[in-house]
Design a protein around this ligand. Structure first.
Ligand SMILES: [Zn+2]
Ligand SMILES: [Zn+2]
Length: 242
């Protein structure tokens, strides 16, 4: 009851605005019609390993060219958006613009795609930021998404299950091969949290998947710590044309 009153008050003081352009909108935490149409939501047939939309129809699990050429250490992966247009703007605003308000609705979009890969006893964990970047940016956007997503899906949540083992150089401008070489072994399970990973299914959450090197390193760390099954989910998957 108190919550409902507070919601009504907040709505009067802060009318809901489109996440992307700031126009007033009817519903909370959503997009206006124009931005919605401009947001490449993933729908239909997707790659079972990374969530990239695929053409056509199929009644069995299919893989995109990327996931066929780079075997993924995880079992299944999903994405809510294709990384372009409004999706790209939202990811960048969440990552660099202090727009924490984007995490909740974005996690709702992720939950819709991710629900089918969830299994009994699954725990959600975010891809960790390196400490140096964490200090500069003050928050981990993957943790914001992951915590909200775990809430939507009713999963256990562990914010610090994974850690960066060593400083990770910037991946900007690096080739796919260079990214994999640079990331390999750089992510580890936090020794203080190893008991939360061992023997259970794990869902690794990140904001964007490009080549998949970071998620690969995170998945390998979870498997090395005894995870029974590893899946990944991202807000946006970078397609070939991005
Ligand atoms: Zn808008
Ligand atoms: Zn794929």
């Amino acid at each position: 009851m108190a919550h409902a009153v507070l919601q009504t008050l907040l709505r009067a003081v802060y009318p809901p605005r489109c996440l992307s352009c700031g126009e007033m909108v009817e519903t909370d935490f959503g997009l206006c019609g124009a931005c919605w149409r401009d947001t490449p939501f993933v729908a239909g047939l997707t790659c079972d390993a990374c969530g990239l939309p695929l053409p056509g129809d199929s009644d069995r699990a299919e893989l995109c060219d990327d996931c066929l050429s780079v075997p993924r250490p995880w079992e299944q992966g999903r994405a809510a958006l294709v990384y372009r247009d409004t999706a790209r703007r939202l990811v960048l605003a969440l990552k660099h613009g202090d727009r924490h308000d984007i995490a909740r609705p974005a996690a709702e979009w992720m939950a819709r795609q991710t629900r089918p890969v969830v299994t009994e006893g699954m725990i959600a964990v975010p891809v960790p930021l390196h400490l140096r970047r964490m200090l500069k940016r003050r928050y981990n956007q993957s943790a914001l998404l992951g915590q909200a997503l775990a809430g939507h899906l009713g999963l256990d949540w562990c914010a610090d299950a994974l850690v960066r083992a060593q400083a990770t150089p910037s991946l900007d401008g690096k080739s796919k091969e260079e990214r994999f070489a640079l990331l390999s072994g750089r992510i580890a399970v936090n020794p203080r949290r190893a008991d939360r990973i061992a023997g259970r299914p794990v869902l690794i959450v990140d904001d964007v998947m490009t080549a998949g090197a970071t998620l690969g390193a995170a998945a390998e760390a979870c498997l090395a710590a005894g995870a029974s099954r590893v899946c990944v989910t991202v807000l946006a998957r970078v397609g070939k044309d991005a």
